[in-house]
Every structure is written in C-alpha cells, then in structure tokens.
Ligand binder design. Structure first.
Ligand code: NAD
Ligand code: IPM
Ligand code: MG
Length: 367
C-alpha cells in the first residue's frame, strides 16, 4: 500500500478547532476502516512565531516537503499585528506554497441543496451551483520583486508591489484548468485585466494559445476580472471552471464562498506538478477561510471547510475517490438533517457547535 504520511499544521484561531474534527475522523478511519494514515504535527503561523520566532521553522518546513500531503488549518490574528512583516503568521503559509511549488489552487464552490435557501443571494441564483476556481498560487503580485516601502525623503513614502508572470506559469495553470474542465462541463472562463495590466495582456495571450494548441475541444471565454466578480454574484451558474491569477483568485474565491452560504464551507487543494519519476504531486489542503479571531475559542466555528479539504486530500493525494465522495455525501446528509453551525443558521434549523457538527459528519460517514 502506498504511504499516507500526513503533516497536520493546525495554526491559529479556529484552525486548531477545525483541525480537531479532522483528527477525530482520521483516527476513526484508521480504527474502523484500516485506512493507514500516519500523522505528524507541526507549528505554523502565530503559534510558530511564539515558539521560535519564525512563521514556520526549517524543521517543520522539511517535514512538509517530505509528507505525502499537508493539512493546513488557518493562521493569523490580532495578537501578531505588530510582528515584523517578514515573520508575520501569513508568511508561513506563503513559504509553504512557494517552497513546495504549489502553483495550482483548486477552490470549488458548491452550494449544498440544504443551504440554497439560506444564502444571502436568491435561491434560484445559487441552487445547484458547482463551480471551480483555479487560482495561480506561486506567482503574481504575491511574490514579484521589488516588494518594498521606500522613504522618498520628503516626508513621503512609496509602497511597491510587483505583478510578474512568465509564459510557463500561465501555460501550466491554464493546462490544469482545461484538464479539470474536461472532467466537468468542459468550459473555462479566464479572468484578468488586460485593459490595464501588461500581465493581463500576456495572460490572455498565453491562455488563448494553450487552448488552441492543446485544448480546442474545451469551450473558452475571457472576462475582465472586475466584471467576473459582478457576474459571480449576478448569475454564477454561467461558470464551470474559472482560471485566474493569484490576487484575483484570492478575491474571487472569497466572493464565491458567499454563494455557498458561508466562507466556513469552502475547501481548497493546492497542488504542485507531478514528480517526473514517482508521478506524485506535492499537495496542501486548507479551508479558504482564515483564523476568524472574532469567533476563535468559542466552539462555534464551522468545521465543514476543513473536513471537505480532507475529502479533497483523499481524492487528489491518495486516490481514495469513493471515501472522498462518501465524506462529501455525509456533509450533505447532515445539512439535510437540519444541523447548522451559527454561520449557516436559518429559521427552523438546529444550532450545533464545531464538535457536534464534526461528530455528526463522522457518524454519518462511518454509518
Ligand atoms: N489560509 C489562512 O490561513 C487565512 C486565510 C484568510 C485569512 N487569514 C488570516 O486570518 C485572519 C483573519 O482574517 P479575516 O477576518 O479577514 O478572515 P476570516 O476568514 O478569518 O474571517 C472572516 C469572517 O468569516 C467568519 N468565518 C471564517 N471562517 C469561519 C468558519 N469556519 N466558521 C464560521 N465563521 C467563519 C469569521 O468569523 C469572520 O467574521 C487574518 O490574520 C488573515 O490574514 C488566514
Ligand atoms: C492568508 C493569506 C496569505 C491567504 C492569501 O492571500 O492567499 C488567504 O487569504 C487565502 O485565501 O488563502
Ligand atoms: Mg483569501
């Protein structure tokens, strides 16, 4: 049996609360189904800074590089607002993405039937929604140089971030989007801002060329990213796969999160290129949400995004497609039963905390 070494990086705020539910699930799967997961743990984010002055230590980084997959909770919080920029909690996540070369971030936004009526959007707008945002994750303005604040010496400062994309980066992320579209509804919408950005012009050009050369069977549309945001809330069901850069993908996926009822619902997978010899991809799975300092420690966080991220882990890292499908069905069934954490609560439903929600999903999954 192929190894299943998981590194758990729970992080800060609600990260450990959500991760606790996945840990219970892993223990139950090992005990009852003989799934054979081997777990190790490490520190990332503010807790890592507190322990050793860095947002992730070299030792934990080495563990992440060696693991078959990394499960990540969330990082950040007001406690670390004043720490130096280079070691702020979020730097740990960015280092993991960059050093592991996780260029492809898959963010599916699925509206579970039971939540269609509780969205802030009209029911018919979100009912049956199943879209996938493919976000480029190791380039763009997140990593481009120079990135600095310079003193102009006249009482003024200048903040500089640099958006950079090379052909190969756009080619490989659009390849991922086209491949995934072929397994879905065969439609890709590429979003950039070619009307104001040179990287947008190149993005559009390379996606068009990649399509023509290798994926002409897939329907391709181009949309300016601001209009894309508007279309996502106007009529999201027009989309199948959206491919976009690092920053637009960050923003568009938070918008998409609300289509599903709550940001507490959205999982994600961050994947590297397959290794030439072993064909295995480096991979990290994390909820789209952050550490939610406003609700941390109260036991009310929604663990579904974290649990659904583990479903993606089983599907993409271990080929456990049946188990992943069953876990997603268990989430849907528990929502059908009327159980709701506070973020997705609506009239007539039963409010439960993080632990009860996790327990109910695990029981349904095993049942
Ligand atoms: N991947 C990550 O680790 C990640 C992602 C986004 C933000 N952050 C960090 O998290 C901190 C807080 O950021 P923010 O407040 O902008 O975003 P956030 O996602 O943490 O919270 C936004 C809102 O959504 C709610 N929310 C988020 N997840 C929830 C869940 N699972 N269940 C119920 N409600 C949930 C929060 O209570 C809050 O009201 C910042 O330090 C930020 O940098 C980390
Ligand atoms: C925490 C932060 C670095 C991160 C990002 O901006 O990518 C987060 O917002 C996300 O969506 O994963
Ligand atoms: Mg984000």
């Amino acid at each position: 049996m192929a190894s299943k070494n998981l590194l758990l990086l729970a992080g800060d705020g609600i990260g450990p609360e959500a991760m606790a539910e996945v840990k219970k699930l892993i223990v139950a799967m090992n005990d009852k189904l003989g799934s054979g997961f081997i777990t190790d743990e490490g520190l990332v984010g503010g807790c890592a800074y507190d322990a050793h002055g860095a947002a992730i230590s070299d030792a934990d980084m080495a563990k992440a590089m060696a693991a078959d997959a990394v499960l990540f909770g969330a990082v950040g919080g007001p406690k670390w607002d004043a720490v130096p920029y280079e070691v702020r909690p979020e730097a740990g996540l960015l280092r993991l993405r960059k050093d592991m070369e996780l260029f492809a971030n898959l963010r599916p936004a699925i509206c579970y039937p039971a939540l269609a009526a509780s969205s802030s959007l009209k029911q018919d707008v979100v009912e049956g929604l199943d879209i996938l945002i493919v976000r480029e994750l190791t380039g763009g303005v997140y990593f481009g140089e120079p990135k600095q604040i310079i003193d102009l010496g006249n009482g003024q400062k200048r903040g500089i971030d640099t958006q950079v994309y090379d052909t190969f980066e756009i080619e490989r992320i659009s390849g991922v989007a086209f491949e995934l579209a072929r397994t879905r509804r065969n439609h890709v919408t590429s979003m950039e801002k070619r009307n104001v950005m040179k990287t947008g012009v190149l993005w559009n050009e390379v996606v068009t060329q990649t399509h023509k050369a290798r994926y002409a069977d897939v329907k391709l549309d181009h949309m300016l990213a601001d209009a894309g945001g508007m279309q996502l809330v106007r009529w999201p069901k027009q989309f199948d796969v959206i491919v976009t850069d690092n920053l637009f993908g960050d923003m568009l996926s938070d918008i998409a999160a609300m289509l599903t009822g709550s940001i507490g619902m959205l999982p994600s997978a961050s994947l590297g290129a397959p290794d030439a010899r072993t064909k295995k991809r480096k991979a990290l799975f994390e909820p789209v949400h952050g550490s939610a300092p406003d609700i941390a420690g109260k036991g009310i966080a929604n663990p579904i995004a974290m649990i659904a991220s583990f479903a993606m882990c089983m599907r993409y890292s271990f080929g456990m497609v049946a188990e992943a499908d069953r876990l997603e069905s268990a989430i849907a069934a528990v929502l059908d039963q009327g159980l709701r954490t506070r973020d997705i609560l609506s009239d007539g439903m039963t409010e439960v905390g993080t632990t009860e929600m996790g327990d109910a999903i695990i029981a349904k999954f095993l049942g």
